[in-house]
Design a protein around this ligand. Structure first.
Ligand code: ADP
Ligand code: GLC
Length: 506
């Protein structure tokens, strides 16, 4: 199939979270399966930096295009490069994209996000004409590319070049919808506002909702785990869009994410000191000793440089410091947790209030906890490889990649049973030997603490612990299976497009 993956971020060009991991890895696997897959994203400051430090990837300037915004043509340049068999298009408009962050909501600098991504969405479609390449399907991701099917079904609906392109929208996180004032309607140049600003289109409590435009106009919608696909159809998790999602429930699917097994591989990972696999876990212990020494955490022995007290587990956490990630309940039990014989290493960046809270606790328990702020790819790899346990007490989690990476690194996940965490992690039962982690349901510090205590108890029983680790390491969360599911969805999207437009294509 001819597949265009349109995204606001993709590894290695730009990343704020798991979305970039997904859009960076899925195209590679689809291409290995013989499909013509191409990727398009904006060129940000972060992208430029990556290109500058990787000159072997020669960027070719294709041409300039004009994109109408509020009726005015705005210029951008389409650039192209080959990355591991994939053709990547970069949309370059420095006014919109040459910024320090991708779409931060922290400062007022990103108040033009509606304009930036309505522009990007339309530029993607114009770029296809420039390349004279009409894909079978465009795979959209989150609110930033959600205007694409709206344009296809309004301004381009009678244009034969575009009329047979099917669309599928993947919702990675319903908590981010791209909601803007209704005055931004004029950004949709050439579209009749009265046609789209209705309750069954993109109107959302008097505002416009870009994610809703994807949900309403795309041929097929999916989310990143079967459980989350169910959850978002109920008011508690639907963030106001559950009704619209219920209306599309017959075309709403859930496909669990994979992880890139080349990037995340403890036996080849270039970021870690000692490589290991299931047959030789001794090196994992050496990574742990090394990282604990590096952060000057108390190892519980007289010769900390070379010895570790085997009874003390190291717990890792890597993630965005946002309410979604369960930091409130973690904060509730920090003191009790740190009174236990454990060590903690945290890496993340996000909301100021969590930074302050973590700084305070780090000062108090210097020997037991290391708190690291910022985005640090290398340290993330070292934490996954060195920790015994990995914490994801998420309030909600569409899929979650941290627990999948942890399974691959023999690091036992402790998670709240929600979304993709519930679909991938099963409580370890020492009697049957089944299970790959520790889980809790109630969103409370108490339930989290109990799960950590259960994990610490099993940790002291090395045969059981080893069993739990091998259950996880033996699982396959590579992209291979999920990519097959995506191809099925693409075909469904094309079929549904053919049915709705009567076009002869298949
Ligand atoms: P989300 O997309 O909601 O942030 P996921 O679990 O799906 O959560 O994916 C997060 C990805 O980002 C993982 O690859 C994780 O290792 C990475 N990550 C998150 N925070 C950091 C950080 N501060 N430094 C390095 N990598 C990070
Ligand atoms: C989102 C979700 C996360 C998911 C990721 C990739 O950021 O919060 O759960 O794994 O997207 O799909």
């Amino acid at each position: 199939m001819k597949i265009l993956v349109a995204t606001s971020e993709a590894v290695p060009f730009a990343k704020t979270g798991g979305l970039a991991d997904v859009t960076g890895a899925l195209p590679l696997v689809l291409s290995e399966k013989g499909h013509d897959v191409r990727l398009v994203l904006p060129e940000y400051t972060m992208t430029k930096k990556w290109l500058d430090s990787n000159p072997q990837f020669a960027v070719q300037r294709i041409n300039g295009i004009d994109v109408p915004i509020k009726g005015i043509p705005i210029k951008c340049i389409v650039q192209e490069l080959k990355h591991k068999n994939i053709t990547v298009y970069l949309i370059k408009n420095d006014d919109y994209f040459l910024r320090d962050e991708l779409y931060s909501t922290k400062s007022g600098d990103y108040e033009d996000n509606a304009e930036r991504f309505i522009f990007f969405s339309r530029a993607v479609l114009k770029m296809l004409r420039l390349k004279d390449w009409s894909p079978d399907v465009i795979h959209l991701n989150d609110w930033q590319t959600s205007p694409i099917p709206l344009f296809l079904k309004t301004v381009y609906k009678d244009d034969p070049f575009y009329s047979s392109i099917a669309t599928i929208l993947t919702v990675h996180n319903l908590g981010y919808q791209g909601v803007f004032n209704s005055s931004e309607l004029e950004l949709f140049s050439g579209v009749n506002p009265a046609e789209i600003f209705t309750m069954d289109r993109i109107e959302f409590y008097g505002k416009i909702n870009l994610l809703k435009s994807g949900i309403v106009y795309a041929d097929i919608v999916n989310t990143v785990s079967p459980k989350y696909a169910q959850e978002i159809q109920i008011p508690e998790c639907g963030y106001g869009l559950d009704g619209v999602l219920r209306q599309r429930s017959h075309e709403l699917y859930g496909i669990i994410n994979g992880i890139d097994y080349d990037t995340w591989n403890p036996s080849t990972d270039r970021e870690i000191l000692h490589h290991y696999n299931l047959e030789c876990l001794e090196n994992k212990r050496l990574n742990k000793l090394n990282l604990m020494n590096y952060f000057q955490l108390e190892t519980g022995t007289k010769s900390p440089k070379i010895e570790l007290d085997e009874k003390i587990p190291l717990i890792g956490l890597v993630g965005r410091l946002a309410a979604q990630k369960g930091l409130d309940i973690l904060a509730e039990v920090f003191e009790s947790l740190l009174s236990m014989d454990i060590r903690l290493i945290l890496l993340g960046s996000g909301e100021e209030k969590y930074h302050r809270l973590l700084q305070k606790i780090a000062r108090k328990y210097r020997d037991k906890i290391s708190v690291n702020f910022g985005y640090n790819e290398e340290l993330a790899h070292r934490i996954y490889a060195s920790s015994d346990m990995f914490l994801m007490p998420s309030h909600y989690e569409p899929c979650g990649l941290g627990q999948l990476i942890s399974l691959r690194y023999g690091t036992v996940p402790i998670v709240r049973e929600t979304g993709g965490l519930a679909d991938t992690i099963e409580e370890f039962d020492p009697l049957s030997g089944i299970g790959n982690g520790f889980t809790f349901t109630e969103y409370s510090g108490k339930a989290l603490l109990q799960a950590i205590k259960r994990a610490c108890y099993i940790y002291q029983h090395k045969t059981d612990w080893q069993r739990c680790i091998s259950n996880g390491m033996n699982q396959d969360y590579s992209w291979s299976n999920s990519a097959i599911e995506y191809v099925k969805l693409y075909r469904r999207a094309v079929a549904s497009k053919v049915r709705s437009s009567g076009i002869q294509k298949l």
